[in-house]
Design a protein around this ligand. Structure first.
Ligand SMILES: Cc1cc2nc3c(=O)[nH]c(=O)nc-3n(C[C@H](O)[C@H](O)[C@H](O)COP(=O)(O)OP(=O)(O)OC[C@H]3O[C@@H](n4cnc5c(N)ncnc54)[C@H](O)[C@@H]3O)c2cc1C
Length: 393
């Protein structure tokens, strides 16, 4: 029943699309529904339909930090393919670049170079989109995207209205953001502050960073670093590290202990399960040697985590996204229709006068949304518990 309805509203929606070519692991089953949103209007249309039909939803950027399952994804994968950028004056010597979420980061780095704008050189070689980069606060060589973000415009999936976040409101931390924490926003547009610089110097820095990447990273199908590096600001963690790895003292100054170093210390480079392998070149990369299954990668991730915990007493935290971690269950999103229906029922029950001031109306709407939300809280809590169990994988 859902498909004909979806096809009617969204004739461009595809069914049974293999997800393999949409992620850098080159792994995954089919998506029951797949929609490529090239404009903001497209996005709003598909999001409204998904919410009304209560379908599970996954927002996909460049697929360079995600692991899909081998089985079918029983919902809608929306690939954000909105592209474009606009440069505006900001402070003297600085510009703001407004970038559409689906714009590839590599395109942006190159465009910034062409415009002699500095501040993104470190991001060269990171695949994916600017939306994905902001979601996970992409970082490299001591820099992170959050540091140069001025604004982020999103669709709030609960209201399907646009909302703008300033840098502080994005709550950027190491590989974290409000968008990752709250799981209810689709990033539409990002404003980045870049400095006017010297084109030749920018070019030189880009080359240097690329060289560093080439030397340290494998050129195979992967999703980049599987685990986050370990923050070593807490004294108890420092102590643990000093005890387990006295020679790791060199990292204490930088504030981070590379996860790859720990995995290497456990002798796991080259460890294989099926066609998945802990890279020989960079121990924090798990690579698909050709035909690897999601279950191989998951098993290998579990093995690495357990080994590091047992041998070094350090708990690694996964950076790569499992599709189920960020699948949005639209059952918990309340559509305007539902609110209107609930309002109507309330009115009927309470025998309220028909006309109300708009302020009272909106207060009432808020209350109804709250009540409707409460009803789903129980389900949500049990879902969270199940998700926590999965995360322990
Ligand atoms: C060879 C290689 C090197 C890498 N090097 C680095 C590195 O140096 N530093 C680093 O930080 N990462 C690195 N990565 C990982 C990855 O490229 C980044 O995390 C990238 O920013 C992910 O962007 P994406 O568009 O591919 O996101 P995806 O993989 O498509 O999605 C990742 C998450 O973001 C969410 N998302 C994506 N777009 C949106 C949107 N518009 N709105 C809301 N949510 C969205 C998805 O739902 C998902 O949960 C590397 C990966 C590879 C393969």
């Amino acid at each position: 029943m859902k498909l004909p309805h979806l096809k009617k509203i969204l004739p461009e929606i595809k069914t049974g699309v293999s997800l393999k070519k949409y992620n850098t692991f080159r792994i995954g089953g089919k998506a029951k529904y797949f929609f490529e949103a090239k404009t903001e209007k497209d996005l709003l249309k598909v999001l409204t339909a998904v919410r009304d039909l209560k379908l599970p939803l996954f927002i996909l950027g460049g697929g360079s930090n995600v692991l899909f399952n081998d089985e079918e994804f029983d919902g809608v994968v929306i690939k954000v393919s909105t592209k474009g950028l606009e440069v505006k004056d900001y402070k003297p010597g600085e510009k703001i670049v407004y970038v559409e979420a689906g714009t590839p980061l590599s395109f942006l780095v190159n465009k910034a170079k062409e415009l002699s704008l500095s501040g993104l050189e470190w991001a060269t070689g990171i695949p994916g989109t600017i939306g994905g980069a902001v979601f996970g606060n992409a970082a490299a060589f001591g820099f992170s995207i959050g540091e140069i973000v001025k604004t982020v415009e999103v669709f709030d999936l609960e209201t399907l209205k646009k909302r703008k976040f300033n840098q502080k409101e994005c709550c950027f931390e190491y590989k974290e953001s409000i968008f990752k924490k709250e799981k209810k926003y689709v990033i539409l547009r990002v404003g980045l502050v870049l400095r006017q610089g010297n084109k030749k110097e920018i070019e030189k820095r880009i080359k240097e960073y690329l060289e560093k990447r080439k030397k340290s990273q494998p050129f195979c199908w992967s999703a980049g670093c599987v685990f986050k590096n370990i923050k070593i600001e807490k004294p108890e963690i420092k102590l643990k590290i000093k005890k387990a790895l006295p020679e790791a003292a060199k990292f204490l100054k930088s504030g981070f202990l590379p996860a790859g170093y720990l995995i290497d210390k456990c002798g796991l480079k080259g460890k294989k399960i099926g066609k998945a392998e802990v890279s020989q070149k960079h121990a924090n990369f798990i690579v698909n040697k050709g035909g690897a299954k999601a279950k191989d990668i998951i098993k290998l991730i579990r093995l690495v985590k357990e080994s590091v915990r047992k041998k070094l007493g350090i708990e690694l935290e996964r950076e790569v996204v499992f599709v189920e971690d960020f699948t949005i269950d639209s059952k918990f999103l309340i559509s305007d229709n539902e609110i209107r229906e609930a309002e109507y029922k309330n009115k009927k029950n309470q025998n309220m006068p028909k006309k109300k001031s708009s302020r009272r109306k909106s207060a009432k709407r808020k209350k109804t949304r709250k009540t409707a939300k409460k009803k789903t809280t129980k389900k949500k809590t049990s879902r969270k518990k199940a998700s926590k169990k999965r995360k322990k994988k």
